[in-house]
Design a protein around this ligand. Structure first.
Ligand SMILES: Cc1cc2nc3c(=O)[nH]c(=O)nc-3n(C[C@H](O)[C@H](O)[C@H](O)COP(=O)(O)OP(=O)(O)OC[C@H]3O[C@@H](n4cnc5c(N)ncnc54)[C@H](O)[C@@H]3O)c2cc1C
Length: 366
């Protein structure tokens, strides 16, 4: 058990707020709680900054700008505001988060893919232009020569300028530093049960009776709240990733490559992350296997700097996916005292700070 800032004996039993889970959503909730001056306890079964949020990829990519919806607007708001949020976090902690609005490059395989991307260009002009100077263009020439292989793009290149990337681990470390001293963090202890009034029973037998409880336990939120919030439906989807260290550090200004479900990201430290697979049926949350090998081979085929680069890490995690595929932030329990914040599927790193704002608003705490 790790407790920041107080001894275990001083653990507040009746804090304003309890947060269950210290992945990216729980950490942003804790950051908001610090800002609001709340007495807060965060309980994490393993270690904070881990879970699905402890990986290496970190793409911040928009949905396609067509069939505009509240979900797409929420994500656009997240993508547009995250840079300032990260800058403030970096200033407060002195720690970098590896954020850059690098854009995204998509190799186009055939004419129909090209036409779809041209239509998204028109959609971007309509949906994104209201909030920023971002575009989705189709190009004949390769804008990232040497980074994306020409032969991967028989019908040209799509480049959109809204996408960004971040280092999930550096972001987690900065948020951890930001909340240290302001939040009581208990690591290595599982919340076993949550009552309708938000009371927590911990795996070690201790009880906490907070004013409000936010459940940000990733995919495990669905099981934890099955009795209390039967309308909350979702599952865990496994993904796998690898980290390369190219012989010459990769240029960190390169756009995120996105090709048929494979992401390739050049990070600030010269490493390159690739991922992922989407596995609905899985047994072991943390093992990697031949599906990751296939992703690595695909990445090597389309990104020349990876061809002779060693893989320095293989990683797997399980991401939460609500049945609607939307981020879920909603209140349950007596008088809405239990708020769940989970389920953003592939986009959570871009919207977790906004999910935290909503969660605290639902709790009446911001
Ligand atoms: C390979 C891979 C690549 C990905 N790439 C991207 C990407 O490029 N961009 C993007 O935006 N997203 C990406 N994602 C998805 C993203 O990582 C997740 O959606 C996000 O991290 C989920 O954050 P979370 O805080 O909801 O859950 P988690 O990060 O899983 O955190 C939940 C925490 O709750 C804890 N917990 C669970 N149960 C309990 C309990 N009973 N008591 C106490 N603690 C508990 C867990 O230990 C965990 O630490 C990727 C995921 C994977 C697996």
């Amino acid at each position: 058990m790790t407790v920041f800032s107080r001894s275990v004996e001083d653990l507040p039993r009746r804090p304003d707020l309890a947060i269950v889970g210290g992945g990216i959503v729980g950490l942003w909730c804790a950051e908001r709680a610090v800002r609001a001056g709340l007495s807060t306890v965060l309980v994490e079964a393993e270690r904070i900054g881990g879970g699905a949020s402890g990986g290496v990829v970190g793409a911040l990519m928009p949905h396609q700008p067509v069939n505009w919806s509240a979900k797409k607007q929420f994500q656009l708001d997240g993508l547009l505001s995250l840079g300032d949020e990260v800058a403030a976090l970096e200033a407060a902690t002195g720690l970098g988060c590896g954020y850059r609005r690098a854009g995204r490059l998509i190799p186009l395989k055939d004419q129909s893919q090209r036409e779809r991307n041209e239509s998204w260009g028109a959609g971007a002009a309509e949906c994104w232009a209201r909030r920023g100077d971002f575009a989705w263009q189709v190009l004949d020439g390769n804008p990232a020569h040497g980074w994306l292989a020409e032969e991967a793009a028989a019908s040209g290149f799509a480049l959109e300028t809204l996408s960004a990337r971040i280092s999930p681990r550096l972001l987690g470390a900065a948020l951890k530093a930001r909340i240290e001293g302001g939040v009581t963090v208990i690591e290595g202890v599982r919340v076993a049960d949550i009552s309708r009034d938000g009371g927590l029973r911990l795996g070690d037998g201790a009880a906490i009776r907070p004013g409000r409880t936010i459940v940000a336990a990733g995919y495990q939120s669905f099981g934890l709240l099955a009795a209390l919030a039967p309308s909350l439906k979702g599952q865990g989807v496994k993904g796998q990733a690898a980290l390369f260290r190219p012989l010459r550090p990769a240029d960190p200004s390169m756009p995120v490559i996105f090709d048929e479900g494979v992401y390739i990201i050049a990070h600030d430290d010269g490493t390159v992350a690739v991922g992922s697979t989407s596995e609905n049926d899985w047994q072991d949350a943390s093992s990697t296997d031949g599906r990751l090998n296939a992703v690595i081979e695909r990445a090597r085929a389309i990104c020349p700097v990876l061809r002779d680069a060693p893989v320095i890490e293989r990683w797997a995690g399980v991401r939460p996916k609500s049945d609607t595929r939307h981020p879920v932030v909603e209140a349950h329990g007596d008088s809405g005292r239990v708020i769940v914040a989970t389920g953003g599927f592939k986009i959570t790193l871009a919207v977790a700070h906004l999910m935290a704002d909503r969660a605290l608003a639902l709790a009446g705490l911001n």
